[in-house]
Design a protein around this ligand. Structure first.
Ligand code: NAP
Length: 298
């Protein structure tokens, strides 16, 4: 057996010590490779405890080649479902027996739910996480929002663009380092999407009410070359999907210019809500206490 499944066996074969026999315990997971960095166990275990639910949520390291066998374990009923993180989001989309329509339009899943039939349904909750974060931290952000600049054209970006379309944004400027990827995405996702290069930022930003960074730039405090946020209107909102560090260089520059900002941690917290509700039957709350707990782990 390969590493990932050995780890999986080791983890889920343990009987959770805090649940007396006779109590039905539901098991959920986050799978990825690597997985040690994931904050999802912190979030879901906080909610399990806060809601006094007999359940477990464990990180499981699964190699890409072992993902099909892991899906069989879900179908067999060992888990009620779980989360999927890098590098498995696209593969999990293909392996899912059924998919929510939103996951179909995004083309990737981050949440799996075992249905009563034993089938595994793939869902994408990054969409709701993105909207939930801005709704909580910048109420009214999408009212009268005409133009938006989105940086990037990767997996997370797809969920963001679909979410922006759902709020009726009139023009989405999709700017990416590799223009061809942005052009392909604009065609595939359809709608008011104008693809371009990062060099076009000054021109595209002039009337934008919102700037979203969906690239991995900002992780480990990396920054964009020559992206002048001064091109944005003074009332624009700036948000970043990157949350390590919490205040990325992009957000720091926006704040220094007096622009409003929302960090990416809220998206991580809000994307976890629908999964927990599907597995454990309770809609959990994104509280200040939970945010502080996860923030302290960054
Ligand atoms: P991905 O599919 O690998 O896409 C990466 C994107 O970043 C691509 O558009 C890529 O451009 C761009 N990029 C990478 N390095 C660059 C550089 N040096 N300069 C300019 N552009 C660069 O990754 P993803 O899954 O979409 O994730 C993107 C980020 O979002 C990650 O940091 C991830 O942690 C974060 N994220 C956060 C949440 C949350 O809950 N807050 C949720 C999902 C993702 P090319 O096409 O040119 O390569």
């Amino acid at each position: 057996m390969q590493d990932g499944l050995e780890t999986a066996t080791r983890v889920d074969s343990k009987t959770p010590p805090h649940h007396p026999p006779g109590i039905h315990v539901k098991h959920a997971f986050v799978v990825g490779h690597p997985i040690a960095h994931s904050r999802s166990p912190l979030i879901h275990n906080y909610w399990l405890k806060a809601n006094a639910i007999a359940g477990t949520y464990e990180p499981i390291d699964v190699l890409p080649d072992d993902l099909p066998a892991f899906f069989d374990r879900i179908r067999e009923g060992r888990y009620v479902g779980g989360n999927v993180t890098l590098p498995h989001k696209a593969a999990a989309y293909l392996l899912s027996d059924e998919r929510e329509s939103l996951a179909d339009s995004i083309g990737a899943v981050n949440t799996l739910v075992r249905l009563g039939s034993g089938a595994v349904e793939g869902r994408n909750t990054d969409y709701l996480g993105f909207l939930g974060n801005l709704d909580q931290n910048a109420p009214g952000w999408s009212e009268a929002l005409n133009e938006v600049v989105v940086l990037g054209a990767g997996g997370a970006c797809r969920a963001v663009v679909v979410a922006l379309k759902s709020r009726g944004v009139r023009c989405i400027h999709l700017l990416n380092r590799t223009i061809g990827t942005a052009e392909d995405m604009a065609i595939e996702l359809e709608g008011p999407i104008a693809a371009g290069s990062l060099a076009e930022f000054p021109k595209r930003a002039r009337r934008a009410g919102l700037l979203i960074n969906t690239t991995s730039v900002g992780m480990k405090s990396t920054r964009f070359d020559g992206l002048d946020l001064g091109a944005l209107p003074q009332d624009a909102l700036v948000t970043d999907l990157v949350y390590t560090p919490l205040v990325t260089p992009l957000l720091a520059e926006a704040r220094a210019l007096g622009l409003r900002t929302v960090d990416g941690l809220g998206m991580l917290l809000h994307q976890a809500v629908p999964g927990f509700e599907a597995w454990f039957g309770v809609k959990p709350e994104v509280t200040a206490e939970l945010r502080a707990l996860v923030e302290a782990s960054l």
